[in-house]
Design a protein around this ligand. Structure first.
Ligand SMILES: Cc1cc2nc3c(=O)[nH]c(=O)nc-3n(C[C@H](O)[C@H](O)[C@H](O)COP(=O)(O)O)c2cc1C
Length: 394
């Protein structure tokens, strides 16, 4: 066995036998990361009402099982836009994974390949879309922000297509960056500034400091040379609002993308039946019901609470994916019961990456898969895809 293969297998080992749930990963990540980095991942916008409600919405639902059913053979996988996934959780787009691990998105791609699920690579990824594709064997989608002029977007699309990205996910809910108060308080900038106030915190987290200092400088890997650098801005939000976002974009851009991108196209950030309808009118193949994990407009409803109306509006014409608040496999089953083909999220894999690199993410995905499998058995169901609203108590 080659050394690189041995190292790769080693990094896919379970990161800890004592991690059983999202909250275990989150708590360990909080211990391992400086406050500024943990808050960047965990935090939401304004009063974090939506962030909390995304999770609470799942807790409000109750199951209605049927017992004495033959559940000996079960299938917890799903098919999304023609692609079979072994666990119905997609690692959704979340930028700057190198903030928590030396190899950032490369590790996530490795874990998704081993777990048999999709990784949606963000425009704001720290490694470039080419580097991530080179990991191999991982089904990849590319998440697009309409940043910069048309030629920047066109070149990203060409590069994503050339590297074999299977689908394009356009995120539409960032006309400006939400007010993430934790980041403002902590002075979160790019690359992270380890000034006098953060130095002690960094020194208390030597493992994280090693990850930071042993790798390349943290930046938006796919955008190097295409857009102005973040260095010199006082915060990520100031940089993004001044140099990246474009507040003039409208639905005509989606029509343009539909002509430009030949593979499946999804819109992420749909929070109403009306926007779902507009998306489908532009010819998209799927919509992601998402409030950006409560990081953009606060006091939006939980994404799970909007799922039903979106499915009723466009469910027969487009694939509907739920994003936000998924913490357990039983949450995935609830999302399926309300009509989602599968679900995605960012914090679960981000915290797992901080805990154990590829091994941590693979462990988190296996916990979700096993949760789904057990939940199906306890409900008297044999297939994730066959789950309907009958499994929910009315
Ligand atoms: C650290 C972090 C970075 C994110 N970056 C992006 C991004 O670059 N593009 C995007 O569409 N969404 C981004 N998101 C939002 C996620 O795709 C997703 O909507 C959100 O994490 C869902 O909430 P959950 O992770 O709590 O389930 C990010 C989320 C986090 C936590």
């Amino acid at each position: 066995m080659k050394l690189t293969e041995a190292l790769s297998m080693l990094s896919l080992r379970r990161s800890s036998p004592r991690l059983f749930s999202y909250d275990d990963f989150r708590r360990l990540a909080r211990r391992r990361l400086p406050r500024m980095i943990y808050d960047f991942v965990e935090g939401g916008a304004d009063g974090e009402v939506t962030l909390r409600d995304n999770e609470a919405a799942f807790d409000r639902l109750r199951f209605a099982p049927e017992f004495m059913v033959d559940v000996n053979k079960r299938d917890s996988g799903a098919t999304v836009l023609g692609r079979r996934i072994e666990v119905p959780f997609i690692c959704g787009p979340a930028g700057l994974a190198r903030l928590v691990h030396r190899y950032g998105e490369l590790e996530v791609a490795k874990a998704c390949a081993s777990a048999g699920t999709i990784f949606v690579v963000s425009t704001a990824s720290s490694y470039s879309l080419e580097d991530i594709a080179a990991v191999g064997d991982c089904p990849l989608w590319f998440q697009l922000y309409l940043w910069g002029k048309g030629d920047v977007v066109a070149s990203l699309l060409d590069r994503a297509e050339a590297c074999g990205y299977e689908a394009l996910v356009l995120t539409v809910d960032v006309p400006v960056v939400g007010k993430r108060e934790r980041d403002h308080r902590n002075g979160m900038s790019l690359p992270p500034r380890v000034g006098p106030s953060q130095a002690l915190d960094a020194a208390l987290h030597p493992r994280w400091l090693w990850h930071l200092l042993s790798g390349p400088s943290i930046t938006y890997g796919s955008l190097v040379g295409l857009l102005p650098d973040a260095a010199g801005f006082s915060s990520i939000a100031e940089y993004a609002n001044r140099e990246l976002v474009d507040q003039t974009k409208t639905w005509s851009e989606v029509a343009w993308l539909r002509k430009r991108w030949s593979g499946p196209l999804l819109v992420k950030g749909v929070m109403s039946a009306a926007d779902a309808r507009r998306s489908v009118e532009q010819g998209v193949d799927g919509v992601v019901v998402s409030n950006h994990g409560g990081r953009q407009l606060d006091s939006l409803p939980a994404s799970l609470d909007v799922l039903g109306e979106v499915v009723a509006e466009v469910g027969s014409e487009a694939e509907v994916i739920l994003d936000g608040g998924v913490r357990r496999g039983s949450d995935l089953v609830k999302a399926r019961a309300l009509g989602a083909a599968a679900a995605m999220g960012g914090r679960p894999w981000f915290f797992a990456l901080a805990c154990g690199g590829a091994g941590g993410v693979a462990q988190m995905l296996e916990i979700l898969r096993a949760d789904v499998d057990r939940t199906l058995a306890l409900l008297g169901s044999t297939s994730f895809e066959a789950v309907t609203s009958d499994i929910l108590r009315r």
